[in-house]
Ligand binder design. Structure first.
Ligand code: URA
Length: 191
C-alpha cells in the first residue's frame, strides 16, 4: 500500500472507531493532515480551529498564514512538508483539548508518524511538545533539537502565540531559521 493509501485508511479508522465521539458530534469533519507524506519534516499543532474545521485542513486560519510565512522564510512550501495536529476534531469554542482527548488521539498520531517516517518532528506549542518530550519547559528548550528513541524532535512555540505577542514572532522566525541546518546534519549523520 502507498503511504497515501495507508494515511487514507488511518483517517477512515478514526471515524470507524468513533474516536472522541463528543468532539466528532460538534465538528464539521476530521482534520487529518496536509502536505507531502514523503516529507522530511512533520509539524504537529494542537487541534483544529474554526477555519480548519470548515475547510478540513490544518493551519489555514490566522496562525496558518503566519506558519506559511515562516515556511517561506526558509524556502519551503506546504508541498515540501507535512502538517497535522494531535487532536483531529475542533474542540468547541476553541477550548484547549482535554488530556483524555489528546490521549485518545495519540495512537493515531503515532501511526501517522510511523507511516510518514520523517527525519524530524517539529512540535508547535506546549501541548504538542508534551506528547513527545514530557517534563520540558518550552521557554527553555524552544529551537533546540532533542534526540529521543532514534528520532529528532524540535520544540517550537505555537504560531498563534505570535499573533498576540510581537516579540514571539521574531523568536519563532529565528527558531525556524535553524531548521535547514538541523535537517542537513541529520541527513549527513544518517549516511
Ligand atoms: N492551531 C492549531 O494548533 N492547529 C490548527 O490546525 C490551527 C490552529
Amino acid at each position: 500500500m502507498s503511504k497515501q493509501d495507508q494515511l487514507a485508511a488511518l483517517r477512515a479508522s478514526i471515524i470507524k472507531n468513533k474516536v472522541c465521539p463528543d468532539l466528532a458530534s460538534q465538528a464539521t469533519q476530521v482534520v487529518f493532515g496536509d502536505g507531502n507524506p514523503d516529507a522530511d519534516i512533520v509539524f504537529i499543532g494542537e487541534a483544529p480551529g474554526k477555519n480548519e474545521d470548515l475547510q478540513g485542513l490544518p493551519f489555514v486560519g490566522a496562525a496558518g498564514r503566519f506558519f506559511d510565512e515562516m515556511l517561506e522564510s526558509i524556502q519551503l512550501k506546504r508541498k515540501d512538508i507535512y502538517i497535522t495536529n494531535i487532536v483531529k476534531y475542533r474542540p468547541p469554542n476553541n477550548r484547549d483539548p482535554l488530556p483524555e482527548e489528546k490521549e485518545e488521539f495519540l495512537p493515531y498520531l503515532r501511526e501517522q508518524l510511523d507511516i510518514i517516517n520523517p527525519k524530524m518532528i517539529v512540535t508547535l506549542g506546549r501541548h504538542s511538545m508534551e506528547c513527545f518530550l514530557p517534563g520540558l519547559k518550552i521557554s527553555q528548550v524552544h529551537g533546540q533539537p532533542k534526540r529521543k528513541n532514534g528520532k529528532v524532535y524540535l520544540p517550537l512555540f505555537h504560531p498563534a502565540a505570535a499573533l498576540y505577542n510581537g516579540g514571539m514572532r521574531q523568536t519563532l522566525l529565528d527558531d525556524f531559521a535553524r531548521i535547514p541546518a538541523i535537517i542537513k546534519k541529520i541527513t549527513i549523520e544518517s549516511k
